[in-house]
Ligand binder design. Sequence first.
Ligand SMILES: [Zn+2]
Ligand SMILES: [Zn+2]
Length: 260
Amino acid sequence: MNGTCQPGDNFLLQPIWAAIRSHEDLLLSKLFPTCFVFFAHLVACLYFILLDFMEPHVPCLWRYKLSSQDSRNTKALWECLWKTASNQVVCIPSVSLLCTYLRPQRLPDKAPSCFCLAFEVVQCLLLFDALYFCCHFLLHRVPYLYQKVHSVHHQYQETFALVAQYSSPWDAVILQMTAFSCTALLHCHPLSEMSFHLLNIWLSVEVHSGYDFPWASHRMVPLGLLGGAPFHNLHHQQFKCNYAPYFTHWDRLFQTFHFT
Ligand SMILES: [Zn+2]
Ligand SMILES: [Zn+2]
């Protein structure tokens, strides 16, 4: 492994990694990355879908909802689900090709240390945020790209969890290739890679959830470094602001940061 961290003896992560590594054939299969993303996305969405169905009957949730719109639209839920599943099929060839050439063909024996895992995940998140900010900025500023690639994702101005992967097939390929490139470019340990993808999926669902809870990820990080659901909700409503997926520094730097 050529990453920034070397695997270390770790009493906490080693048993977890040994259990995961026992399924090496499955982990290294061509279909695994896209299936992993799809099912992790569904699990993350399930939490917010349940809240959407509970919310009209639970008044204490009302104050955390960013819009007054009823999110219990079963037709929209099925439409999003179908689009997400069909996009994964389109993503399989490109992601598999990327993984074949850029990922290790064997899994390391040792787990990373906790520090190494956290360090690599933060690095990946920052790199993903920077790369997707550039792609997203272009997708909005070049009219042809907006029309042909990105406009589908903006069909919903009021977001809900499943909108996170409601996009055109090309948009889905860009998003997944960006995420998988980050872990490959940084030569992350496979456990860091899986942790990054899980965190990335959770954050993308959370920013589209339409809820701003006191325990939301952006409230756990100081100085407004993460924008959270209010930040991305404004992007869906105003189009020409808040292009970064999670962090706010790129939009502050390029003066595209809006916040109410
Ligand atoms: Zn956009
Ligand atoms: Zn969005």
